[in-house]
Design a protein around this ligand. Structure first.
Ligand code: 3IX
Length: 197
């Protein structure tokens, strides 16, 4: 099987419509859900991926491999590395486009082993959109932003309505999460305090 995938993006795309209130370069992106395996603080063996906004509509994420993430002794499990990319790519889509979206397809190329104790620096780019389809890709560098590339990924996210999550997920927990996020966004946008008429 060839190592070379097809052209990317696979269809003709528009440049990504970055939201006018998307966080600026250097902004730290918070945890989107405390119980998220990718970024949440309340998951003991979670990846605890952390991200900031980079220049040129990129997101820079970091994840340190612990013994809880092993596949073979001393080495990261490929499925958990794919999870880290899902999280990093999803964070770029959610925070820069501010559109709810889910992963439709995620492709990973594992180029070098990733040892326990190493930190993967993931740089994600928004490659373009075609209607509801959002194409993103990322490179994962070992132990430094310019370290050797260990893993690369490409993904298609599909924009969905909020009802995707309420219909298929836990709607009560989601409403709480949505309210908290809205409050956080208003605070970031300087709209937290309404002036009485
Ligand atoms: C979780 C985030 C909460 C969101 C809150 C919002 C903002 C938050 C801000 C920041 C978020 C920060 C971080 C997020 C971090 C991580 C995110 C993790 C994301 C996940 O981990 S999420 C779980 C895994 N994910 C799923 O659980 C999806 C299950 N799935 C479905 O729910 C449906 O399958 C769906 C909706 C994908 C499509 O269904 P559908 O009926 O709506 O639309 P349809 O099928 O027509 O597809 C439309 C067009 O996409 C093309 N298309 C679709 N799939 C394709 C494929 N695989 N390959 C090639 N093309 C594909 C079609 O071919 C068509 O293309 P065309 O328009 O050209 O015909």
């Amino acid at each position: 099987m060839s190592r070379v995938s097809g052209p990317w993006p696979p269809v003709s795309v528009e440049p990504p419509a970055v939201h006018p209130k998307a966080p600026s370069p250097g902004t730290e992106l918070g945890v989107h859900f405390d119980e998220c395996f990718g970024c949440g603080d309340e998951v003991d063996a979670g990846l605890r991926l952390r991200s900031i906004v980079g220049e040129g509509h990129t997101v820079l994420s970091k994840f340190t491999v612990t013994p809880a993430h092993q596949g073979a002794p001393g080495l990261a499990h490929g499925g958990l590395l794919a999870c880290a990319f899902d999280e990093a790519l999803g964070s770029a889509v959610g925070n820069l486009l501010r559109r709810p979206a889910v992963t439709g397809k995620l492709e990973t190329d594992f180029r070098r082993p990733v040892p326990v104790g190493s930190t993967l620096h993931i740089e994600t780019r928004l490659d373009g959109t075609a209607g509801r389809k959002i194409y993103v890709s990322a490179d994962g560098h070992l132990d430094a932003p310019d370290g050797p590339v260990a893993v690369t990924a490409r993904a298609l996210f599909v924009a969905v309505g909020f009802e995707h999550f309420t219909t298929h997920g836990d709607s009560e927990a989601l409403q709480k999460l949505a309210d908290a996020r809205e409050k956080q966004r208003r605070a970031q946008d300087g709209q937290e305090w309404e002036i009485n008429p």
